[in-house]
Design a binder for this molecule. Structure first.
Ligand code: PLP
Length: 376
């Protein structure tokens, strides 16, 4: 059976974890955590990056740093993972879902403005499959209406929009290092801050409401409880695991891109015959090969396809059930405007196996199975 995903593993993870263990410093913010966050800052020219315990808690921090409060509204796509929404709900904000674009499956930047009310405080965008949203338009809307922008770049590390790394364009950017993402630490993530003014509040939030980080820098002579907060620091053991993969970030990305491009080339003919739709990458956007998906005719054909592929020994899962139709989505939000694409497009999307180190043989088997489905 060819699995849909295999957690990335480059081979040096255990050695770095051993070094962390033998240093007897395995709580947060040690050597490996610092190496990882500095790597993110230098590589993506991020003003500040902090590792977190997950992509979800990075989003939680972003929602808190936005200062979301009861009654505030957040605009977001419905075609996303619960994490994007639940961070705003924790702050008691209301969710306003808007439709996606059928070509990229990202929030439709032309539907955002009409959903803005005098309660709107932030726009949470999701870069689906590591392919950027139309950020110039979105940042312009935010600027004109005085809104904050959070990038859920859980799938978008290493991707760029007009040369700018995803996660560094909005006021806050969030990465995930879950085992299903391009680089992993088991469970983990990072938050990127654009503005220096947010640095101190972020440190306090992450350190249980204390000014401990300032204390370690010698800026105060003892640390104390100064505000509300939580614990968002991952262990050094996890950071050591991640460091091994960040060191090989280019190699991992090139390997994933090779599989992505092989799929894309192999299915071009099916696309030209109108049998299937393939991912669309807009101009000026570089993607990280986070995901390869196909769009079939409808839900019925997708169900048939998944069954066929399973018989060929290939796992091809579908993806999100739109949040606005989920029980919590109904409770915490509303859909603004017409659901022209969200439900329809989500019902016909299916994902193909794609992971670091996928063998040529497995890749060929996936390709042949897909082609044989449409030729049968
Ligand atoms: C994976 C993912 C998350 C959550 O990340 P975790 O690290 O699993 O908490 C959030 N948003 C999107 C779009 C994701 O793909």
């Amino acid at each position: 059976m060819i699995d849909f995903n295999k957690a990335p593993y480059v081979g040096t993870e255990i050695e770095y974890m051993r070094q962390a263990a033998e240093s007897h410093k395995i709580c947060g913010d040690g050597r490996f955590t610092k190496q990882c966050s500095r790597w993110i800052e230098e590589r993506f020219l991020a003003q500040k990056a902090f590792l977190t315990t997950s992509g979800t808690t990075a989003l939680d921090m972003a929602a808190l740093l936005c200062g979301l409060e009861e009654g505030d509204e957040v605009i977001l796509p419905s075609f996303t993972f619960s994490s994007t929404a639940t961070s705003a709900v924790l702050c008691k904000a209301r969710l306003v879902f808007v439709d996606i674009r059928p070509d990229t499956m990202n929030i439709d930047e032309n539907r955002i403005e009409e959903a803005i009310t005098d309660r709107t405080k932030a726009i949470f965008v999701v870069h689906y499959a590591g392919v950027s949203c139309e950020m110039d338009t979105i940042m312009d809307i935010a600027k004109r209406h005085g809104l904050l922008v959070v990038e859920d770049a859980a799938q978008g590390i290493m991707s760029t929009y007009k040369g700018r790394p995803l996660g560094t364009i909005g006021d806050f950017g969030c990465y995930s290092f879950h085992e299903t993402k391009n680089f992993s630490m088991g469970e983990g993530g990072a938050i990127l801050l654009k503005h220096e003014k947010d640095n101190e509040r972020a440190e306090i939030l992450r350190e249980k409401g204390t000014n401990r980080s300032r204390f370690f820098r010698g800026q105060v002579d003892k640390y104390t409880w100064v505000d509300f907060g939580d614990s968002y620091l991952p262990s050094e053991l996890n950071a050591a695991y991640l460091w091994a993969q960040l060191e090989k970030a280019d190699e991992i990305t090139a390997d994933r891109l090779h599989t992505w491009n092989s799929y894309h080339d192999a299915f071009r003919e099916l696309k030209e015959q109108g049998l299937v739709e393939l991912p669309f990458i807009p101009e000026d956007i570089v993607h990280n090969a986070h995901m390869y998906y196909l769009k079939l005719r409808d839900l019925e054909q997708r169900t048939d396809f998944i069954t066929y592929m399973k018989e060929q020994g290939v796992m091809t899962p579908f993806h999100y059930i739109p949040l606005h139709s989920a029980p919590a989505g109904l409770r915490f939000g509303r859909f603004h405007g017409e659901d022209r694409w969200t439900t329809k497009e989500s019902e016909r999307l299916v994902r193909l196996p794609l992971y670091y180190g996928m063998s040529e043989q497995d890749r060929e088997h996936v390709i042949e199975s897909v082609i044989s489905y449409f030729r049968k």
